[in-house]
Design a protein around this ligand. Structure first.
Ligand code: 5AD
Ligand code: SF4
Length: 451
């Protein structure tokens, strides 16, 4: 009997990489590779890498070292590196890492089955060519047939913004939008299989369709997706503040299926730093957009990304970041210490904020955010929230789901609720989640005298 071949994929970085890894698994399952969680049993190990920041990039190299040991003793194992580090380093990775077999770039996922076949025959190969046409996004099966309640759907890839600190435009290439008909077809099939919520995904979703003729803009796409029968909720990420248009803001006011949450990274609260970051907006414009979003959808939850220690950032600039955070009242914030990425615009600036100062600012920022997040969470106690129930939590004792504003809620209830939107009364708030109870569980508790 032929033993089935096992594939282990390790994913670094962003949601785009998580989605790419799903596509890799779907593609390679067609040529006989089945996913495993156990790297020591794998016949093929793929590292889907990230080079956006220093930390994930370093992790890639330590993982490679870990897998080197698995090849010892002559065991047949193919080791592949894909994603942003692969795109950046290309052939150099093969030259520097003698035990590496395959390098594939961010536009070359569809070539993998053939590359793996050739590696099985002993070849070592690298493919990192960019494909700057819409066809690229139709080159691999986007639909893997998987179920679940909530799914991510890639609608565009790449970025044309060239924020001065960012490597993405160099490793992901130019912005390309998928055809709306393809997106609608894919989500319709998902809805038929029970998916209730989709998150439209792209490095910069707000510029969806702007370079394609005959396609809707992002607000138009959002409305079309919300109209698909069975789809109850639509989310999207990531948005660029400069591209938040009045029609998009109107979607929050008019369309209840568009969730009350937006991820809108500011990156800094300082006018001077934002200008050097080449973000295309200032503090004032950012806050105006936030105000318009809050007016369109009262209670909208806002999350973001923030960088501390960008070149030239003084204490006053950092104070502007802290005050912006308070003014916006972020539900949650991803925060990072600036790390220079070679080849980017900001690599030309001296990296002049000392490591210790970056760390100290990051700690202060995170402390403030923890306080804002907890206060925000507490404000939900005593309210009734509509929760889309996604499954049973890790401990296996409660259901979990998300509010429209993307807060995680745990509560007791029957598994039959999974996939439905249920009203949950919020009883307690924690740093990362809310606790609640359904009307039925409250009635039961009252009847037994617990309340
Ligand atoms: N240094 C630190 N953080 C960065 N990010 C992107 N590039 C850098 C960098 N060079 C952060 C930004 C972005 C997120 C995905 O990563 O905040 O929104
Ligand atoms: Fe990077 Fe800016 Fe593009 Fe986001 S918008 S991916 S931060 S260049």
């Amino acid at each position: 009997m032929i033993r089935e071949k096992l594939l282990y994929v390790e994913t670094f970085g962003c949601q785009m990489n998580v989605s790419d890894s799903e596509k890799i698994v779907a593609l390679l399952s067609k040529v006989g590779y089945h996913p495993t969680q156990d790297s020591s049993r794998a016949d093929l190990i793929i590292l889907n890498t990230c080079s956006v920041r220093e930390k994930p990039e370093k992790k890639v190299y330590s993982s490679l070292g870990r897998f080197k040991g698995l090849k010892k003793g002559g065991r047949r194992l193919i080791l592949a590196v894909g994603g942003c580090v692969a795109q950046q380093e290309g052939e150099r990775l093969l030259e520097n890492i003698p035990y590496l077999d395959i390098v594939f770039g961010t536009h070359n996922l569809h070539l993998l089955p053939d590359m793996v076949r050739r590696a099985e025959e002993g070849a070592r190969l690298a493919e990192t060519g960019f494909i700057d046409s819409e066809e690229r996004l139709d080159l691999f099966p986007v639909e893997d047939g998987a179920g679940g309640v909530s799914r991510f759907v890639t609608v565009m890839q790449g970025c044309d913004n060239f924020c001065s600190y960012c490597i993405v435009p160099y490793v992901r290439g130019r912005e390309i939008s998928r055809r709306s008909a393809e997106i609608i077809r894919e989500i319709t099939e998902m809805a038929e299989r029970g998916v209730r919520e989709v998150t439209l995904l792209g490095q910069n979703v707000n510029s969806y369709g702007l370079k394609s003729s005959g396609e809707p803009d992002f607000a138009g796409l959002l409305r079309q997706v919300a109209d698909i029968p069975g789809i109850e909720r639509v989310r999207f990420t990531t948005s660029h503040p400069k591209d938040i248009s009045p029609p998009l803001i109107a979607c929050f006011a008019e369309n209840v299926k568009v969730c009350g949450h937006i991820h809108l990274p500011a990156q800094s609260g300082s006018e001077a730093v934002l200008a050097r970051m080449n973000r295309g907006y200032g503090r004032k414009e950012y806050l105006e957009k936030i105000a318009a979003l809050k007016a369109a959808r009262p209670g909208i939850q806002i999350t973001g990304d923030m960088i501390v220690g960008f070149p030239g950032e003084g204490e006053a600039d950092f104070q502007d970041t802290l005050s912006l955070m308070e003014e916006v009242g972020y539900a949650d914030l991803f925060s990072f210490k600036y790390s220079v990425r070679s080849g980017t615009g900001a690599a030309g600036y001296p990296d002049d904020v000392a490591g210790a100062v970056k760390q100290e600012r990051l700690s202060r920022l995170q402390e403030l955010q923890r306080k804002i997040t907890l206060e925000g969470n507490r404000s939900f106690v005593g309210t009734i929230q509509e929760v889309l129930v996604e499954g049973v939590n890790r401990r296996g004792d409660q259901l979990f789901g998300r509010t429209s504003g993307n807060r995680v809620v745990n509560f007791s209830g029957p598994p039959s609720l999974i996939g439905s939107i249920t009203e949950v009364a919020i009883t307690r708030a924690f740093q990362n989640s809310l606790l609640g109870e359904t009307r039925t569980s409250r009635q039961l508790a009252a009847a037994s005298g617990i309340l």
